[in-house]
Design a protein around this ligand. Sequence first.
Ligand code: CA
Length: 476
Amino acid sequence: MENNIYKFLILLFSVLFVTSTTAQRSINSQRPNIIVIMTDDLGYADVGFNGSKDIPTPNIDRIAQQGVVFTNGYTSYSVCSPSRAGFITGRYQQRFGYERNVQHRPNDPNMGLPQDEKTLAEVLKKVGYNTGIIGKWHLGNHISKHPLNRGFDYFYGHLGGGHMYFPKLLTIKDSRTASELETYRTWILENHTPVKTTKYLTDEFSEKAVSFIEQQKSNPFFLFVSYNAPHTPLQASEKYLQRFTHIEDKKRKTYAAMVSAVDDGVGEILNKLKTLGLEENTLVYFLSDNGGPEHRNASDNGPLRAGKSSIYEGGNRVPFAFRWPQKIPQMVYRYPVSALDIYSTVAAVAEVPIEYHKPLDGKNLIPFLTGVNKSRPHQTLFIRKFDDDLFSVIHGDYKLITKKSNKIKEIYDLNNDLSEQNNIAKEHPEIVAKLDSLRINWNNELIDPVFLGLIHTEMWKNRKKKTLENNNHESK
Ligand code: CA
């Protein structure tokens, strides 16, 4: 009799276990995979879907052609590190004092992303996603900031803001002992272990991204493919250079080759999704972390004024495309959207519970893309650049720029003056007043920067001094 009860209980638990794991699998199988492909310092006009003539990007264009082109896609800052802090938390990074490019300070726990902000990887992990980042991190070098301590299960990349591309140039094994300048030459980290690379870095990253997808094919996954290309140094392998014999300018040619390498990688990622049958239910984002620094890496922001680090459109209006075949039709979407929206959109589709005491600044774009909501996702988008004493406010079609403690105010009608050439502030004091009041209210919600930046390092000051000397020399 007792024996029978045991048998019954074992059977009952087995049934319950099988039922619950099956239910769990079925929930998980409905959750889409997420891939964010972020390039570094790519020009607005340097992708086919934004009209590039001299750099074909057929694979990146597949995302756009099968999904959404955001013509007015902005990042939340115009240089790398703060822009990435915004994307990965879904919040204006000025809210938590992240307004500068981080310094390489492996012993400083305050240099980088604050621990009480939640990364997209951390929240996705909580609902069962497997998470990986391949490429550039740039959110702090202290152990507490390491991707593996910020929600990622797998990391293959470099912690700093840029990197040399050829294996023979990576000569420093231990990044903790490297100087600021030397961080570009450190070995690549696989999780916490320095490893020797064998390929051109962009190819190396593409290969790792593809194998991550292969390994994770049975679980919902979040993969952040964070190419450091086409950030300087301008270095490209022969395989890609020979595609650009039609470009005479050497800098532009190398830059084009670097973009082409990224495009090949994107192709391999998309092909892998297709082969595994994951294409339909995977969200794929493609964007740049900020606009192109045209003089530095020979990028092209097209009609946009200025580039990286600027408050004008070239600074943070970036190539931006999105694909989710199962739910979102092909379209060109013209209302302004933000890289901050990625977090909110992904959190919504992955059913992630959000902590409301730290409100997200992004919007879930799905209702806007399916046509359920026909209004603008954002009434207003802001930037503050604390060290440069600059603000921008985009509200409707108008953009306010303030400089020098708001003594200088400019207004541009972005709908009719994309290149920001015609300052209409004098003719429209009422627009100045409206947008300036929005700016003041937003600024009141922010805090001052909580750590010093790259601009405060000796390396940066010396570089600036050198540039000034060169300019003086040239002008003589
Ligand atoms: Ca960048």
